[in-house]
Design a protein around this ligand. Structure first.
Ligand SMILES: *Cc1c(COP(=O)(O)O)cnc(C)c1O
Length: 395
């Protein structure tokens, strides 16, 4: 037997964390890493947040799981909280981002098909998008590397250029059901869409009775300094997928929608065994308690601006390595002039600084939202040392 017990779909690195303390991860052998990856924008409250741990502990002792066949006081409370704080009127809870996007795709199709418009099933999606790894969500992305070996794809997706209204318009036709877009592309390289693009999509959707679906799995839940990034654009979607940060590390996602957009999601049309179970609801509520606390969002914005301006100063010292800084709040990307992956490995292995590689030679900087001045200083110390002793690999 040569296959590993863990199916070898991830090229796992030598960092083997066994403990988390606030913004640090501690390895099997005791090495401490500064975690500016946050499990890819998941550990919004860091690794040992008392409120989150307490809520999970208490709920685990009380009631962990019941079927969605029963009434859910815990689910109703968290759904109401989301409804009160977003554009949405209704919520479907999932266990992951891909499932939240799946529900969003189904809701967009059902919006039309429940009204007898069976020909409207196509979602227009955008180049270099990432929506998850299920068959529908890989079909929603134009990235061949995710398709290879898994053909055929699910029909019903058309790809347009990201941030190009003209390209989106060119893909529209009698089968169009709506648009599915990340307002800020995460895996694609921390690329924020322009205001004109997002507003233009809203207008196209309004004029043609189409669904505007935002995938905020990575950029949502306070990451950008707004509870959801759509607020920064002044544009409300019809349907939104959220996950990652919303559970703070506990598997939780949600598809949230307006009453109109959810008109096709009636009894028996969708479901999930685990989705919305009391334990996940407790985690989600603890995260919302923290991020909706007075001053939290403003603090994320302020720290984001501070790190960004320091990053901009810093890259000026290394014009051969770095091109620019982009992103919003604490969802930041350093676009490099050289391959970003080897530099990310260098920071990890030689300076114990964890970041995340992304498309377009971008290094993702995704710290826990609860970082303080000490962690910000430590980040710049490690980053500066890492840039100073970096040798660009040959070839
Ligand atoms: C991570 C991610 C997903 C998929 O979430 P999973 O929990 O891995 O299924 C979908 N969309 C975006 C934008 C993401 O960043």
């Amino acid at each position: 037997m040569s296959i590993s017990p863990l199916m070898p779909v991830y090229p796992r690195c030598g960092v083997r964390p066994v403990r988390g303390e606030h913004c640090h991860l501690i390895d099997e052998d005791g090495t401490r890493y500064l975690d500016f990856a946050s499990g890819i924008a998941v550990n919004a409250l860091g690794h040992s947040h008392e409120g989150l741990i307490g809520a999970i502990k208490q709920q685990a002792e009380t009631l962990m799981h019941v079927s969605n066949l029963y009434g859910s006081p815990q689910g109703e409370a968290l759904a109401q909280r989301l409804v009160d704080n977003t554009f949405a009127d209704t919520v479907f809870f999932t266990n992951s981002g891909a499932e939240a996007v799946e529900c969003a795709i189904k809701a967009a199709r059902a919006y039309h098909q429940s009204a007898g418009n069976d020909e409207k099933f196509e979602l227009i999606t955008f180049a270099n998008a990432f929506h998850g790894r299920t068959m529908a969500t890989i079909s929603a992305s134009n990235q061949d590397k995710m398709h290879k070996g898994f053909m055929p794809l699910l029909p019903g997706f058309k790809y347009a250029e990201f941030d190009s209204l003209e390209s989106a318009k060119a893909q529209m036709g009698p089968n169009t059901a709506g648009f599915l877009v990340e307002p800020i592309q995460g895996e694609g390289g921390i690329r924020p869409a322009s205001d004109e693009f997002i507003r233009g999509l809203r207008q196209l959707a309004d004029e043609n009775d189409l669904m505007l679906v935002f995938d905020e799995v990575q950029c949502g839940v306070a990451r950008t300094g707004a509870l959801y990034a759509y607020e920064l654009y002044g544009v409300e979607p019809d349907i939104l997928a959220t996950a990652k940060g919303i559970g703070g590390g506990f598997p939780l996602g949600a598809c949230i929608a307006t009453e109109k957009a959810a008109r096709g999601m009636t009894f028996g049309t969708h479901g999930s065994t685990y989705g919305g179970n009391p334990l996940a609801m407790a985690a989600g509520m603890a995260v919302l308690d923290a991020v909706l606390e007075e001053g939290f969002l403003a603090d994320v914005t302020e720290k984001g601006e501070r790190i960004r301006s320091r990053l901009e100063q810093f890259i000026g010292n290394y014009p051969d390595l770095f091109e620019l800084v982009r992103g919003k709040g604490l969802m930041l990307g350093l676009k490099m002039k050289v391959e970003s992956r080897p530099f990310f490995v260098h920071l990890r292995d030689n300076h114990q600084l964890l970041t995340v590689a992304a498309g377009d030679n971008t290094l993702r900087v995704l710290p826990p939202l609860v970082i303080g001045d000490a962690e910000i200083d430590e980040f710049f110390d490690k980053l500066s040392a890492g840039a100073a002793d970096y040798t660009i690999p040959e070839g």
